[in-house]
Design a protein around this ligand. Structure first.
Ligand code: ADP
Length: 305
C-alpha cells in the first residue's frame, strides 16, 4: 500500500444566485494541492501559506482527524498543504482543502467512501472555517461540475456543465474579515416573502434546466437572486456598478460568488470575456477598489496526481 497520496482540488462558486446553500460549480480558476503521508505520530499540518496549522482549525485537519477517529486509524499523518485557492474571497478556498483531504485519505487508507460520504466528511471540515456545515462548495470541489445539494439525508446530484459555459470572476483587493462567511450569513433573512421565494425558485429551476439542456445562456439569464444578493451587496464596494458594467459588456448574468466579495459573471464561449473583465474592473475602480479578474471554466473535481 502507498504511504503517500497527493490530491488536487479545484476552486468553486456557491449559490449561483438563487441556489443559496444548494448549488455549487467547480471552477478551474485555482487549485489546492494536498499530500497526505503516513508519518510520525498524531496529525501534523505543514504549510507555508497563511492558514491555521492547528488541525482542529484547519479544514483539511478536521477532515483528517474525523476520518482517523471514525476508521480507528492509528498511523501518524502528515498533511502538506499547498494553497492555490485564495482564502476568504468566496471561491471555495477552505472547501478545496477539505475536499483534497477527504479524497487523499480515502485513497491512502482505502476507505471506500461513496460520493455522498466524501462530501459529508469534507463538509464537516468546512465547519472549521465557517462555523456551520454547508455542502455547496465541497460538493462541487469533490465531485466537479455542477452540483445540487439536498440535505436530511445528504444527497448530492451532479450534472455535467455545458462545454461552452465560461465564467469571469472579479476578486477585489479587499482585506477580508476573519469571520467573513459568518458575518455574511448573519444578514440573510430567516423569513422570506412568498413572492421572493417564488422568484428564486423559478430561477433556480431554470438554472437546473439550463445545465440539463446544456444551455449556457439560460443558465446565465437565470442567475437572479432577490433574497440574498440584495442584503449582501452592500458588503462589496462597487457591486452594483460591477454588475451593471458586466451586463452591459455582454454577460448573461452576474452575482456574488458564494459569500463574496468576489463577483462572478456568466458568459458563453462566444462572449467577449476580456471586455467583460475590463468592465468589472472599471466597476470596482469606481469605488476605489482594485481587483484581479480571471476567466475560467467549469471543471472536474478532486483528483489524485
Ligand atoms: P472561502 O470562500 O475562501 O472558503 P471562507 O471564509 O469560507 O472563505 O474560509 C476562509 C477561512 O477559513 C479563513 O479564515 C481561513 O483562515 C480558514 N481556513 C481554515 N482552514 C483553511 C484551509 N485549509 N484553507 C483555507 N482557509 C482555511
Amino acid at each position: 500500500m502507498a504511504s503517500s497520496v497527493t490530491v488536487r482540488a479545484p476552486s468553486s462558486t456557491a449559490n449561483l444566485g438563487p441556489g443559496f446553500d444548494v448549488f455549487g460549480l467547480a471552477l478551474d480558476a485555482f487549485f489546492d494541492e494536498i499530500t497526505i503521508t503516513k508519518k510520525g505520530k498524531g496529525i501534523r499540518i505543514i504549510t507555508s501559506d497563511s492558514i491555521p496549522v492547528v488541525p482542529k482549525k484547519n479544514t483539511a485537519g478536521v477532515v483528517v482527524t474525523e476520518l482517523a477517529n471514525k476508521f480507528k486509524i492509528k498511523d501518524g499523518i502528515e498533511v502538506k498543504i499547498k494553497k492555490g485557492v485564495p482564502a476568504g474571497f468566496g471561491v471555495g478556498s477552505s472547501a478545496a482543502s477539505a475536499s483534497a483531504a477527504v479524497v487523499a485519505m480515502n485513497r491512502l487508507f482505502q476507505l471506500d467512501l461513496d460520493n455522498n460520504s466524501l462530501v459529508k466528511f469534507a463538509g464537516a471540515g468546512e465547519k472549521a472555517s465557517v462555523g456551520s456545515i454547508h455542502y455547496d462548495n465541497v460538493a462541487a470541489s469533490v465531485l466537479g461540475g455542477f452540483v445540487i445539494v439536498r440535505t436530511n439525508p445528504l444527497d448530492v446530484i451532479r450534472i455535467e456543465p455545458p462545454s461552452d459555459l465560461v465564467l469571469c470572476i472579479a476578486i477585489p483587493d479587499l482585506k477580508v474579515p476573519a469571520k467573513k462567511t459568518e458575518v455574511s450569513r448573519s444578514v440573510v433573512p430567516k423569513i422570506i416573502k412568498l413572492a421572493d421565494g417564488i422568484a428564486n425558485l423559478s430561477n433556480a429551476a431554470a438554472i437546473v434546466a439550463g445545465f440539463m439542456k446544456k444551455d449556457p445562456i439560460l443558465i446565465g439569464k437565470s442567475v437572479k437572486d432577490v433574497i440574498v444578493e440584495p442584503v449582501r451587496q452592500h458588503m462589496i464596494p462597487g457591486f452594483k456598478q460591477v454588475k451593471e458594467n458586466a451586463l452591459d459588456a455582454g454577460a448573461n448574468g452576474v452575482t456574488i460568488s458564494g459569500a463574496g466579495p468576489s463577483v462572478i459573471a456568466f458568459t458563453t464561449k462566444s462572449s467577449n470575456q476580456k471586455k467583460i473583465c475590463a468592465a468589472m474592473k472599471r466597476g470596482f475602480a469606481s469605488s476605489n477598489t482594485n481587483c484581479q479578474t480571471i476567466i475560467c471554466r467549469p471543471c472536474k473535481g478532486a483528483i489524485d496526481l
